[in-house]
Design a protein around this ligand. Structure first.
Ligand code: TPP
Ligand code: SF4
Length: 280
């Protein structure tokens, strides 16, 4: 009899570039978990990989779609994934255009593209992998690094206020914005499905572990230490009111922050084109 685990394994291999496996991610990194969840999502939703265009920037998280996903991918420059993805979506609105990249990439150098894509409400699915650091380059401070944290570029502690990215994207106008962690695999999977089904700018901030460039600097040496931290410190957005603003500083608020049905950007362009065609 065929081993069911083998069947399971083979069903998902068609979504991956098997010739370059295993991945280059460090042991215990959250990037592998996110890749795994995304592959399960497209498989369970029955999405044809030919209908996905994955766009990414530069960083460890940017390696989740490229080179590992066996879909059309655009591996762009640092911070510019959303700008490229915007062009792709305008020209190929029938495709699922998915962006997966890091907090440094999407909220640092690419922060402006992020807020304006949310404001335009363009139908991109953006999965921002927040490991609180510039992982690939060895642990420099990022816009999401918590206050007081010692990094290679803040050796005496980070004096800056970190971004609350999900709140920022929700306020900028996205149709869907949620935050989950790599500990919440089933909830994250459900959120990815919801975000793909939702037309408009859909955003999930995925809090993820980087034991190599972040965890070991904050006393959480192994990936599992960071997962335990996520588990112990996450609170559901539904219970947020029970906490003071000060208490919330050290918590990870998870859940769906916004879901609405504002007009999508490419649809808006089409409406204008139609009006122009009638008047000419
Ligand atoms: C224009 C430009 N500036 C800087 C870099 C160097 N660089 C490469 S990856 C990276 C940051 C990666 O951090 P993040 O986007 O958070 O991804 P992670 O590696 O943590 O997943 C930087 C600064 C670059 N490649 N291009
Ligand atoms: S440096 Fe960090 S983010 Fe990059 S692969 Fe290693 S653990 Fe993952």
């Amino acid at each position: 009899m065929t081993n069911p685990i083998e069947i399971h394994k083979h069903r998902h291999l068609k979504y991956l570039r098997t010739e370059i496996l295993p991945t280059a991610f460090c042991s215990g990194c959250g990037c592998g978990t996110i890749l795994n969840i995304f592959v399960n999502v497209i498989d369970e939703m029955g999405i044809d990989p030919n209908d996905i265009i994955a766009v990414t920037g530069i960083g460890c998280s940017s390696w989740i779609p490229s080179p590992y996903l066996a879909v059309d991918t655009l591996h762009t420059t640092h911070g510019r994934a959303i700008a490229f993805a915007t062009g792709v979506k305008v020209m190929k609105p029938e495709k699922h255009v998915v962006v997966i990249a890091g907090d440094g990439d999407l909220s640092g150098i690419g922060g402006n593209h992020l807020i304006h894509a949310a404001r335009r409400n363009i139908d991109l699915k953006v999965f921002l992998v927040n490991n609180f650091i510039y992982g690939m380059t060895g642990g420099q401070v990022s816009p999401t690094t918590p206050k007081e944290t010692k990094t290679t570029t803040t050796p005496y502690g980070n004096s800056e206020q970190p971004f609350k990215i999900t709140e920022l994207v929700a306020a900028a106008g996205a149709n869907y914005a949620a935050r989950w962690t790599t500990y919440h695999i089933f909830k994250l999977k459900k959120a990815m499905k919801e975000s793909i089904e939702k037309k408009g700018f859909s955003f999930i901030e995925i809090i993820s572990q980087c034991p190599t460039s972040y965890g070991r600097k904050i006393g959480q040496k192994e990936g599992i230490d960071q997962l335990n931290h996520f588990k112990a410190n996450s609170i559901d957005i539904k219970n947020k009111e029970k906490y003071s603003e000060e208490d919330l500083e050290n918590k990870i608020v998870v859940g769906k922050f916004v879901e609405r049905n504002r007009r999508e950007f490419v649809d808006g362009l089409r409406e204008i084109n139609k009006k122009l065609a009638v008047s000419n």
